[in-house]
Structures are given as C-alpha cells and as structure tokens.
Design a protein around this ligand. Sequence first.
Ligand code: UD1
Length: 418
Amino acid sequence: MDKYVINGGNKLYGRVKIQSAKNSVLPILAATVLTDESVKILNVPQISDVKNMVKILNCLGCVAQYENHDIVINSANATSYEIPSALAHELRSSVFLLGSVISRFKRAKIAYPGGCDIGLRPVDLHLSGLKRLGVNIVENNGYILCDAERLIGNEIMLDCPSVGATENIMLAAVKAEGTTVIKNAAREPEIEDLQNFLNLLGAKICGAGSGTILIEGVKKLSGGEYLPIADRIEAGTFLIATAMCGGEICVEGALAENISSLIHKLRENGCKLHVKNDKITISSKKPLVSVKSIETQPYPGFPTDLQAQMTALCCICNGNSIVTENLFETRFKYVPELRKMGADVTVIDRNAFVRGVPRFKGATVIAQDLRGGAALVLAGLAAQGRTEVLDISHIDRGYESFEYKIRSLGGDIIRNKM
Ligand code: UD1
C-alpha cells in the first residue's frame, strides 16, 4: 500500500490539464455493451475505478483496452450476463451494467455494488425503475438477479433525483420498445454527456440536463468515437487546493458553468477567478474569508463530491462556517483526521461546524474514502510541516497522477510505500 508524504507550505503556480470525468466515463463504458460495433472513448483517466470497469467488460466477453489515454471497446462477442462479484464489490458503478446487460442479454446477475463507504447508498430506485420497464428482479444472498422477456418503455417517476438510477434507466430504455419518460431525473452534466454519447451511436434521447428525460427506443446502436466532458470534481479540487495554499493556477479543459456553485463560493472566500472558454484561472492571497454556510445539493447545487475539500478550506478561513451534507449519511469521516492536523471542527448529524484556525499542522492521517482523502492531501499541502496521508488507494480511484500534477504546480508531495 502507498502513502503520500507532503511538505506543506508551498504556494501553487502554473497550469493543470483536466481529464475526462470519471462519472461520465463509467456509465459510458457500461453503455458500450449495448452495441456490436467498435467504440473509442477519448482522454480517459487511468484511475482504478475505470480500470475495474474495463476488467468487468472483459469478463463479460467484451474486448476493452486502453490505448494510451483512450479506451477502445468492442462488445460484439460479449457472452456473459454475470458481473463478477469481486469486481462489483470494488466498484459501485458496476451497478450501471444492470441496465445495459439486461438490455443485451435479457438477463443479468450482479452482487451488491461497493464503492466509497459514504452512507447507505441503496439501489432501490435503480431496481424499481427497471421493474417499470418489465424487468423481473429477485434479490438473493447478496445478489441481484434480473430477467425480462421484453423491455417496454414506461413512465418512471424517481423519488429523488439519483444520478446512478437515472443513468441505469436510460441504459435499459435505449433499446426498449416504445417510449420511456424519466421524471424527477438527476440533472448532473454527466447525464447529459451520457445522452450525447448514446445519441452519437443512434439513440433517440432528449431532455437530459433537465428534470424530464424522454427516450424513444431504437433497434440498434452503432459505433463511434467520443470525448466525454472534463472532470469538474478534479478541476474543483485543484481550484480549492490553490485557494488554500495561495498562488495562481490555470485549470485547463474544464467548463466553469459545471462548477459555478464552487466558483461563487471561492469568490466569497476572497479568491479571484477568471473564466475564459475552457480555462479557469484562480489567484488566492491569504487570509481567506469564511463563507457562512455551504450545503451540498443535487446539481446545480454545491456538489457533495467537493464537500470534503471545501470543508478543509473552511478550516483555515478567518471566521466560522457550517457545512451541511444533504446527500450521503457518513461523508464526514475525514473530519477526525483533519482534527489531528489542528482543525477545529465538530460534526453533529449532517452538519460540520467549523471554527477557522490560522493554519494546519503536519500530521499522519488516514484516507477513508476518495474525496475525503483528497481533502487530507489539500490540508497537507497548506499545512506547516510534514504530513503523511496513508491508504491512498482510495485517492487512486478518482485522481490520475495526482502527485505529478500537484508537483508540476510546485507542491512538495511524493508517493512512498507504507
Ligand atoms: C453519483 C456519483 C457520485 C456522487 C453522487 C451524487 C457516479 C459514478 N457517482 O453517485 O460521485 O457523489 O452521484 O452526486 O456518478 N439513493 C437512493 N436509492 C437509490 C439510489 C440513490 O435512496 O436507488 C440516494 C442515495 O442514498 C443518496 C442520493 O440518492 O442519498 C444520491 O445518490 P445518487 O445520485 O444515486 O449517487 P450515485 O449515483 O451513487
């Protein structure tokens, strides 16, 4: 197992290029099961979540492989409808395969998915949506077994706008008979990206990005080449890092409109942000001003995937803040680690009450999940002294070359064996 060793205190300067969004690439890869023709996905990050999805596709009999930073997939000879349980446990997004595998084979078997332990993360909305399309579902011994004679379009009203459930239903409905309408759909940019990818292959979907998505079933999908949108969470992480460390960086390839909630908050913190085309420049001079409250919400609200990084920032602001996590139950597991670094934070239920301190102090801390782990790295970069972040495999799930990119901006961070 690896760890990061960080000598904090350097300001960050330079440019950083953002890769395709993990949360776009994963459902898009799942979607490739729906076509017999070759598909190429461009600028894909080499992170463990994506590598695990590629492994699962290969286990299904698809031929999927990286070509540098692209992935080429041919699913013509896919034979298996069983998602291997070891891989399903590694990767929550394996559940997206239910929609596409059931569409292709009229049956699917998957173990309950894993992923970051940030709360209950049920899949009830995925399953009830699939049932509305005619899928029979049996849950047995930790497995979900699905079969359907035919998939038939229907109207589906989601109880809450779940990203994964919206995507899974889209995947099952693309080649269903008739029309499917998803109401109270999630509106995240990655959903619109999945729509654009599927439409490139010949699907007939509209409305993604709004609360109502219309899917007219088609008989066949073709192949194609697709560049997914940039990773707004990776971009946001580098912006917050610079806000915390001071300095000036340009984040290249990211769409500011997809993280406007973050950009507003960083401006309230006293940072200067400038947006031009797909470039966001931030300059930060400390001390940072506290923002009174931050609440995670479904898109376009403040993203839960930037909550931990933003809480770390609040810890070194001049003043107090309250951070409220509305999406996941246990997404403050990094807080005791930040306290080891001198932060003054108290968590009560879904709220973190933060009293700003002048700076973090270096310490040995343990990453508990992907974004919480990233928050600890940012705290280490801004800290006085040496920080070790242990168990960084969590961080490897979502950030490619994290330490290289940080080093190129002047941060002092290396990867070592634990
Ligand atoms: C996706 C993202 C994740 C992000 C999250 C919220 C991917 C691969 N992952 O996760 O990075 O943090 O969106 O933006 O895209 N829920 C149910 N029943 C369900 C499904 C969800 O109650 O069947 C609840 C969840 O417990 C949670 C809320 O809905 O409270 C949002 O979850 P959801 O949008 O489904 O998140 P994911 O798709 O798992």
